[in-house]
Design a binder for this molecule. Structure first.
Ligand SMILES: Cc1ncc(C[n+]2csc(CCOP(=O)(O)OP(=O)(O)O)c2C)c(N)n1
Ligand code: SF4
Length: 278
C-alpha cells in the first residue's frame, strides 16, 4: 500500500510565479493573470498538470508569470505549439494565451485551423485593439477611425470579428470576458477549460498606455442579456449585432474534440538531435 502523503491542491496564489510582471501599472493583463490562477485553483488542477503556451507580445508574457509548465514561443505560433502538445500529452490541461496582434494578424491562419481542428484546448486572447509591445500599431481589431501618429486618420479598415470567425471555423465554445471583472473572467475561463474541444475566450483587456480611452470599458462591459446558445448561427447573429461589450459564454456546442490515437515515437530524441546538429 502506498502511504505517501498526497500534496494539498494548490491555491490560486500558488499558480503565480515569483517573477514580477513588467506590464505597465494598470494594464488589463494583470486581471487576466489573477483570473487564470483563480480558475485553475477552482478546477482543482495541479501545477504539473497545466501548460500555458504563448507567442510574443505583452499579453504573451503570461507563462513567465504562472507557476506551472510554460512555453513562451514564437510570434503568432502559440496555437500550433499548444495543439501539438495537447495531442501528444492529452493528460495535460493546455491553455494558449496571447494578444490580438499575435493571434489575429501573424497567427490568424493558425487561429482558423485551431478552431476547425477542435483539439481540447483553451485559447485566451487579451484583446486591447492594439500592438502594445511594439508601441501602438493598429491591430486587426482596431477601430477604423482610431487616429494616432502611426495611422493618421485611422486605418479605415473593417475590424476583424474574432468571435464570429471562431464560430464559423468550428470552435466549440465561444465567450467574451472583461479583465476588470476578475471573478467573472475566472468563472468563464474555468467553464472554457471544462468544455471539451477548442474553447475560445476573448478578454477585453485595456492597454492603458497606448489606448488610454479603454479605461471606459469598465462602464460599457455588462453581462450578456441572453443565455448561452448551442446554435452557432444564432450566436453569430447576436455577436454581429451587439456593441462588443456583452460579457459571458455566448456559444457552447457539442462537437467531438479531435484527438488522434497516440502512437509510439518512430525516432529517438537523440537521433533527431544528431540530424539537426550543425
Ligand atoms: C516574426 C515577428 N514579427 C514581428 C514581431 C514584433 N512584434 C512583437 S509583439 C508584436 C505585436 C504584439 O501585439 P499583441 O499580440 O496585440 O500583444 P500586446 O502587446 O498588445 O499584448 C509584434 C508585431 C516579432 N516579435 N516577431
Ligand atoms: S503597453 Fe499596453 S498592453 Fe503592454 S503592458 Fe503596457 S498597458 Fe499592457
Amino acid at each position: 500500500m502506498n502511504d505517501a502523503p498526497v500534496a494539498p491542491l494548490p491555491a490560486a496564489k500558488d499558480f503565480k510565479s515569483d517573477t514580477t510582471p513588467i506590464w505597465c501599472p494598470g494594464c488589463g493583463d494583470y486581471g487576466v493573470l489573477t483570473s487564470l490562477a483563480r480558475a485553475l485553483a477552482a478546477l482543482a488542477c495541479r501545477r504539473e498538470e497545466v501548460a500555458i503556451v504563448s507567442g510574443i507580445g505583452c499579453s504573451s508574457r503570461m507563462p513567465a508569470y504562472m507557476n506551472c509548465y510554460g512555453f513562451h514561443g514564437v510570434h503568432g505560433r502559440a496555437l500550433p505549439v499548444a495543439t501539438g502538445l495537447k495531442v501528444s500529452r492529452p493528460d495535460l490541461t493546455v491553455i494558449a494565451t496571447g494578444g490580438d496582434g499575435d493571434g489575429y494578424s501573424i497567427g490568424g491562419n493558425h487561429f482558423l485551423h485551431a478552431c476547425r481542428r477542435n483539439v481540447d484546448l483553451t485559447y485566451i486572447v487579451m484583446d486591447n485593439h492594439v500592438y502594445g509591445m511594439t508601441k501602438g500599431q493598429a491591430s486587426p481589431t482596431t477601430e477604423p477611425d482610431w487616429d494616432n501618429a502611426l495611422t493618421p486618420g485611422g486605418t479605415g479598415l473593417r475590424p476583424f470579428q474574432p468571435l464570429v470567425i471562431a464560430l464559423a471555423s468550428g470552435a466549440n465554445f465561444v465567450a467574451r470576458a472583461f479583465s476588470g471583472d476578475v471573478i467573472g473572467t475566472a468563472d468563464i475561463i474555468a467553464k472554457a477549460v471544462r468544455s471539451p474541444g477548442f474553447s475560445f475566450v476573448e478578454v477585453l483587456s485595456p492597454c492603458i498606455t497606448f489606448r488610454a480611452e479603454q479605461r471606459h470599458w469598465k462602464e460599457l462591459a455588462r453581462p450578456a442579456p441572453v443565455a448561452t446558445t448551442d446554435d452557432p448561427a444564432r450566436a453569430a447573429r447576436r455577436i454581429m449585432t451587439d456593441d462588443g461589450f456583452n460579457i459571458g459564454v455566448l456559444y457552447a456546442g457539442d462537437r467531438k474534440p479531435y484527438q488522434p490515437e497516440l502512437r509510439r515515437a518512430q525516432r529517438s530524441l537523440q537521433e533527431l538531435a544528431r540530424e539537426f546538429a550543425l
